[in-house]
Design a protein. Structure first.
Length: 164
């Protein structure tokens, strides 16, 4: 696979930051044959190598978890599937309003959106995690957001490669 083919296939796993997928390729020859785990190491190295301001900008490129309040056009196909699989598109009005309020409080406190690998999670679990993480110290929460991004990356790479 060429660099351009690689970026076309994997460029959206970084929430549409094709430049970061290109950097993963540039770190050394990557091939789908390396498997998701092997590719994940290179993707994570790129992510962890970002300067603090660039990492904050990257985190801010992620959508809020907001169920019905988000227009589908605002989400990547990956994010649409992930949020839909967690039932966030079926929240009742009260739960949707609570999620929006918590998202707003989180963003005000930490300067980036709440990020969680929501696939396989239930809405009440997501809301509880958001509420609990609001109390984390800023450095701890930034590290947790990064761990969640890394989990999302692995799941998306597995999807692209057809791994379970």
């Amino acid at each position: 696979m060429t660099r351009d083919e690689f970026v076309a296939r994997f460029g959206t796993v970084f929430e549409n930051r094709r430049d970061l997928a290109a950097q993963a390729w540039d770190r050394g020859p990557l091939d789908a044959a390396a498997g998701a785990a092997g590719m994940h190491r290179s993707f994570v190295a790129v992510l962890r190598g970002l300067p603090p301001d660039a990492l904050t900008a990257f985190l801010n490129g992620h959508p809020d978890l907001a169920g019905r309040s988000v227009r589908p056009d605002d989400l990547t196909p990956d994010s649409q599937r992930e949020q839909g699989s967690a039932g966030l598109d079926g929240l009742d009005a009260a739960a949707g309003a609570r999620l929006q309020d918590l998202n707003r409080a989180y963003r005000e406190r930490f300067g980036f959106p709440f990020i969680m690998a929501v696939r396989g999670r239930q809405p009440d679990e997501i809301l509880a995690a958001l509420e609990a993480r609001l109390h984390n110290p800023a450095a701890e929460e930034r590290a947790e957001a990064l761990r969640q991004v890394e989990r999302i990356l692995l799941l998306r790479l597995k999807d692209r490669l057809g791994e379970a």
